[in-house]
Design a protein. Structure first.
Length: 545
């Protein structure tokens, strides 16, 4: 019995006339697909092109380039290409158009997407993206805009940025907003740099400590360290919230501020947020809030009312377009009145005559004399701005409030539907917010969270967030967004309950799950540490060994 190039071994039919595998590897309409190198041939091409006049021929196949003919300017084509001629074969397989289309279509069918099913990822909001958002983002003037266009030719785009900024300030109860940061961690850096600039302006650059609670996102301490600060941890209480007493006790003249996630990564709202903010301000520091979980409180809570000085908003999480939308994300940072003068350039300003101006430089007499600089070369991510504003306007104030309410309702429904099957370490801490947290406590010996996750793949679900937050052993973090129906959640609960019961009963088949996916369980640690980035023909690889 042979093994084909994909490493798949055909199997003989089993009893009853049923085959456990097919000869092709296909499973009905789920088609097996080899690597593109195994399909095509590097010695052939899918399309033949005639040689262009004056072009260097043959070099792409490893032949010696002929002497180039001189160009009209008197320079040889070799000089025009700065001598960058290929002297070896490119090594890419040549496929016909049908082969190419089929290859990538088959691969796309092996990928899980929000249009196929529920993403239970926690702390990484994966919302349905309304098609209206995409339609608006593709309108001429938005989709084809260029950052170096004259200001008079992009007034509509600047108007969109300005209106979105106004909404973000209103929803958060803050004083200003920096629109240019490209994502959450980039926004964190923006906020921390604004804090540093404000402290230096007061002559307090000696403050070098940022306090980060255990329940914060992992990017928070990384951002603080990147900005040159020393990071000190603040413990969590038994109920999964910040130990307020420990935080206040650590405040002092060396503390620049605190970076806190609210709602936190345990899925809980920090009820002492106002007390924490007041204490930090009294000690001369600033409060940064990680706004990645703003989806849980949008329209319900204004962070500015909680004493927050800076908070990033992941537009691609709170206002749809799951994780980047096929390109850069967007992480605008709202700023308090104390920090707004230190925010970065550029920003959009609406003038008295209704004309929009892009403020890119500091000038005498302006209200931004202390801007710390720029975060990016240009102005932000227009596609995300357009999508987010479309989402906000289509929902309205009451709709955005319902977004938070439905997200929290769905999460609590999952928490209470599964807390008799899985261990919920903070289930007694009251209602959760947008995500429910479970641990692997209670599983049979030798079974862990990864076995649950792999079993879910067989049930047709993307796994939940695993092993995060670190304060919970074998954490399973689940976030059902507001667009998930009760029927969809019930199906997920049924699947997860079934897999969990199998793990508690010691079902060894889970140790090799998934069984129905295009590929079985991988050695993910080895793949991460020693990735194979160059394909080699199996025969050549064996000969080399």
């Amino acid at each position: 019995m042979s093994i084909n190039a994909s490493g798949w071994r055909p199997e003989a039919p089993v009893s009853g006339g049923k085959a456990s595998r097919t000869v092709t590897g296909n499973k009905a309409l789920m088609l097996e697909e080899k690597l593109i190198f195994e399909i095509g041939d590097a010695e052939t091409t899918g399309v033949d092109f005639a040689d262009a006049d004056g072009a260097v021929t043959g070099a792409g196949l490893g032949e010696t380039p002929p002497t180039p003919s001189p160009s009209p300017e008197g320079e040889g084509s070799q000089e025009r290409l700065a001598g960058l001629f290929r002297d070896t074969a490119i090594g890419l397989p040549g496929l016909s158009e049908p082969e190419t289309v089929r290859h990538y279509t088959r691969l796309s069918r092996q990928n899980y997407g929000i249009d196929l099913g529920f993403f239970p990822l926690g702390s990484c909001t994966m919302k349905h993206n309304p098609r209206l958002n995409e339609k608006m983002a593709r309108l001429p003037g938005f989709a084809d805009i260029h950052p170096l266009q004259p200001i008079d030719s992009v007034q509509g785009a600047l108007g969109v940025i300005h209106e979105l900024a106004t909404w973000l300030i209103t929803l958060t109860g803050m004083h200003g907003v920096a629109m240019s940061p490209k994502a959450g961690a980039h926004g964190e850096l923006c906020g921390v740099l604004a804090i540093r600039a404000a402290l230096e302006a007061k002559g307090e650059g000696h403050r070098k400590i940022i306090l980060v609670p255990e329940s914060a996102h992992g990017t928070n301490p990384a951002t603080a360290a990147f900005a040159g600060y020393q990071v000190e941890d603040i413990p969590a209480t038994a109920e999964g919230r910040v130990d307020t007493a420990a935080l206040i006790a650590r405040l002092g003249p060396d503390v620049a501020g605190v970076m806190i996630t609210n709602p936190n990564t345990c899925g809980l709202f920090e009820r002492d947020m106002r007390t924490i903010s007041d204490a930090v301000h009294a000690a001369g520091g600033f409060v940064y809030c990680d706004g990645a979980n703003f989806n849980a409180i949008v329209g319900r809570v204004r962070p500015g009312d909680l004493g927050i000085d800076a908070m990033h908003i992941n537009l691609h999480k709170t206002f749809s377009t799951p994780h980047g939308g096929g390109g850069p994300g967007s992480g605008p940072v709202v700023l308090s009145e104390a920090l707004a003068p230190f925010g970065p350039l550029p920003f959009v300003a609406k003038q008295a005559d209704g004309h929009f101006a892009l403020i890119e430089e500091e000038t005498a007499g302006d209200d931004h004399p202390h801007a710390f600089g720029r975060m990016v070369a240009f102005h932000g991510q227009m596609g995300m701005f357009t999508r987010a504003l479309t989402y906000i306007l289509s929902h309205g104030a009451d709709g955005l409030r319902q977004v938070a309410e439905d997200a929290v309702l769905n999460a609590n429904y999952i928490l209470r539907s599964l807390d008799k099957t899985l261990d919920a370490p903070f289930g007694a801490s009251g209602p959760c917010m947008h995500e429910a947290l479970f641990s692997d406590n209670g599983l049979a010996a030798g079974f862990s969270t990864i076995d649950i996750a792999k079993g879910l793949i067989d049930e047709g679900f993307h796994p939940m967030t695993m092993y995060f937050p670190l304060v919970v052993h074998g954490a399973m973090l689940i976030e059902p967004t507001e667009t998930e129906s009760k029927a969809a959640i019930d199906q997920f609960v049924m699947a997860l309950r079934s897999v969990a019961e199998r793990a508690k009963a010691g079902d060894v088949s889970l140790k090799s799950a998934p069984h129905f996916a295009p590929r079985s369980r991988l050695d993910e640690t080895l793949a991460a540490r020693k990735p194979v980035l160059v394909w080699k023909e199996p025969v050549l690889a064996q000969a080399a060994e």
